[in-house]
Design a protein around this ligand. Structure first.
Ligand SMILES: Cc1cc2nc3c(=O)[nH]c(=O)nc-3n(C[C@H](O)[C@H](O)[C@H](O)COP(=O)(O)OP(=O)(O)OC[C@H]3O[C@@H](n4cnc5c(N)ncnc54)[C@H](O)[C@@H]3O)c2cc1C
Length: 408
């Protein structure tokens, strides 16, 4: 494949953004291309911020619920053992209930003969583990921290210029630069987007009772509260919270002191883990749904949150991004083996055709959930509660649902 000629920095692929999605993309491409007859793909990975560091004594307030399908991608990237050795919290059951009624659904991994339903993993653990593997791969050059000051996309290829004057060019550029993607904006990709009018308060809490490795979510008319179980060497007294609230309510909660916040959170969680004893530093993240109408143009593809960002209520965001990675890696592999130009629109459109329907369906489902649980007339609330209770009793449908959510 293209060689990195001195001074020219010519690559096969440039990945911009080494968050969870971009780092996994670079890692998988570099590893899967090691045996290519034409030689491994040469990859540049450009990241604006220094790599976050895993702190064994402190939980990262940003976590993700990782499905089995995503875990298998991390195995293929050669990083799962490193992630598990640092800290990954398997959850064995999930409980979802309606704050305004008796509707409740429970899922358990034993019902579908699996050791867990998924893992709660801190974002910093994932990114640091991927970056450790990337440092071992000699067909990836990492530019970090680096600021991109110019982009060119023409017949010869796509190129970027870094602030220190370094030029990089490639046949294909993958934008994994997150929800506010500068690349998406620079190249005028149209988006459909709207504000949820919600902010998510995230933090780590210490609770009176052990979390029993159960992920809990309570739906309130003002937004869902998720209590994601953390496991620190057998200590189950911690949870990561994602408390989505209408903006004015979120601002009020952010203004409370620790004791007041813990008291309100204990109440909002219906004391399902007893009292909330402590809360770490809180962060409020505005939530916005965004979907690029196209993910690709000649020599350029958007992946992960740069293409789609959704409400965190079902913990699907990065799992959808990892699914983008798997599909795009397959399409790139197919193109290399057929001797095609990796940046050709026909190659990239195959990726878009395969990923758009699933991403759109997930976004529609999240919007539906959000509206279903927002304040509703009594009749809708009754139906909602009956529906949840009914579903909870039909094991076959419930087990199919959970397998679907796990990507099995
Ligand atoms: C409160 C909350 C809870 C969530 N919980 C879950 C969950 O449980 N499960 C789940 O699947 N998803 C969850 N998500 C969604 C998940 O966090 C995102 O989908 C995921 O972070 C997207 O990863 P990414 O790599 O695409 O983007 P990002 O994580 O945003 O990474 C983008 C990277 O690009 C870099 N970058 C940006 N601009 C440039 C530039 N110009 N040049 C170079 N580098 C650049 C950034 O520094 C960053 O490292 C949650 C989201 C929120 C807000």
């Amino acid at each position: 494949m293209d060689k990195r000629s001195e001074g020219q920095n010519q690559y096969d692929i440039i990945v911009v953004g080494a968050g969870m999605v971009g780092a996994a993309m670079a890692c998988l491409l570099a590893r899967q291309s090691r045996d290519y007859q034409t030689g491994p793909l040469q990859i540049a990975l450009v990241e604006a911020r220094p790599t976050p560091e895993f702190n064994p004594h402190q939980f990262d307030p940003r976590v993700a619920a990782i499905t089995e399908k995503s875990r298998q991608l991390l195995v293929r990237c050669g990083v799962w053992d490193g992630v598990a050795a640092k800290r990954a919290s398997p959850y064995e059951a999930m409980e979802v209930w309606d704050a305004e009624g008796t509707g409740r659904i429970q899922f358990n991994c034993h019902d579908i003969h699996q050791p867990s339903l998924g893992h709660i993993v801190e974002n910093a653990v994932l990114v640091e583990s991927l970056m450790t593997e990337i440092a071992e791969l000699d067909n990836i050059d990492l530019y970090c921290p680096a600021v991109i000051v110019d982009y060119q996309n023409d017949k010869q290829g796509i190129s970027i210029q870094l602030e220190d004057g370094t030029p990089l060019s490639a046949n294909l550029l993958l934008a994994a630069d997150g929800a506010n993607s500068a690349i998406r904006q620079h190249f005028d990709f149209d988006t459909v987007e709207w504000d949820y009018g919600h902010q998510a308060i995230v933090s780590t809490i210490t609770t009176e009772q052990a979390n029993q490795k159960i992920a809990r979510q309570r739906f309130m008319p003002t937004g869902p509260l998720a209590l994601l179980p953390l496991n620190n060497e057998g200590d189950l007294q911690h949870c990561s919270i994602v408390w989505s609230q209408e903006t004015s309510e979120a601002e009020r909660l952010m203004g409370l002191d620790e004791d007041q916040f813990c008291a309100e959170l204990s109440l909002a969680s219906e004391y399902c883990l007893g009292q909330v004893l402590r809360v770490d530093k809180r962060f409020a993240i505005p939530l916005r749904q965004r979907h690029a109408k196209d993910y690709v143009m000649h020599r350029l593809a958007l992946i992960g949150d740069s293409a789609h960002s959704i409400h965190p209520l079902a913990g699907q965001g990065v799992n959808l991004g990892f699914a983008d990675v798997l599909v795009l890696a397959e399409e790139i592999d197919r193109a290399v083996k057929r001797g095609l130009d990796l940046g050709d629109l026909s190659v990239l459109k195959r990726y878009q055709r395969r990923r758009k329907p699933e991403n759109l369906a997930a976004m529609a489902a999240m919007e539906g959930f959000k509206r279903l649980f927002a304040a509703q007339p009594l009749a809708v609330r009754l139906l909602r509660n009956m529906g949840m209770s009914r579903l909870n009793q039909v094991a076959m449908v419930k087990n199919q649902l959970i397998k679907l959510a796990m990507g099995l």
